[in-house]
Design a protein around this ligand. Structure first.
Ligand SMILES: [Zn+2]
Ligand SMILES: [Zn+2]
Length: 237
């Protein structure tokens, strides 16, 4: 086993999950220079989505005060800025599946204790559409949830939510259309669920419309408390 792993390391030397450079001996997950650049989400944060806010007197970010938020609270680990931005892109679109371990470890580094204390019944990765899954070969949110599951000892459930329509990339839509589009983007694949609380897992939280759409659906099926965690959250209050 050990020998096999060494061979793999020779053929595919471990690369930084952020900048994709080959790691130096002693480096794990990401390289030393990326480590210095990582912009973790720091207090004070929005009491809903977990985004950084300018000062402690601000309870909610602008986005959360303008839109209904049905989840209890969010736990994003890093700000969506370079170089992590490019790292997440590679994780999502360039088959850097192994980066899931690094990103999960960063979520745990920032929020581990709190996530453990929530005692969620299941981790629910935000699903991608079947067609997209076939093309890409994996759902990055699911890989992330599986890694988080190892830390949190909470099972992953991929059999609850389904992407019902193949939504165009959200960034090409204006916010109002995005919200409308998202409302019908998911469906439940089970009629009844026994969970009291669950944690949604996604790679990036931007406008919140994806998490909100999933939350409403889960709540409508009787799950009381929904949380979410993500690798990144868009910066800017
Ligand atoms: Zn790097
Ligand atoms: Zn917020």
């Amino acid at each position: 086993m050990k020998f096999g792993k060494r061979i793999i390391d020779l053929v595919y030397p471990p690369a930084c999950a952020v900048c994709q450079q080959v790691l130096a001996p002693g480096e794990t997950g990401c390289c030393t220079s990326c480590r210095k650049e990582i912009d973790h989400v720091k207090a004070p944060v929005c009491k809903k989505c977990g985004k950084e806010v300018p000062d402690r007197s601000v309870e909610l970010c602008r986005n959360c005060s303008e839109h209904e938020r049905s989840f209890v609270r969010g736990y994003p680990a890093m700000n969506y800025v370079s170089p992590v931005k490019e790292g997440v892109y590679a994780f999502k679109y360039q088959s850097r599946k192994d980066a899931a371990g690094f990103f999960a470890a960063e979520i745990i580094r920032v929020h581990g204790r709190e996530l453990l204390s929530l005692q969620a019944d299941a981790l629910i990765p935000v699903p991608v559409h079947k067609r997209k899954l076939k093309r890409r070969g994996y759902n990055q949110a699911e890989l992330l949830a599986r890694e988080l599951s190892n830390y949190l000892r909470v099972p992953v459930d991929t059999g609850l939510l389904e992407r019902s329509v193949n939504t165009p990339p959200q960034k090409t839509l204006d916010p109002a259309l995005r919200e409308k589009n998202m409302k019908s983007a998911f469906q439940m694949t089970k009629k009844s669920v026994n969970y009291r609380s669950v944690m949604l897992v996604d790679d990036i939280y931007t406008t919140g419309s994806t998490i909100e759409a999933c939350t409403r659906l889960l709540r409508a099926h009787g799950i009381e408390d929904i949380y979410y965690t993500s690798i990144c959250i868009g910066k800017g209050y």
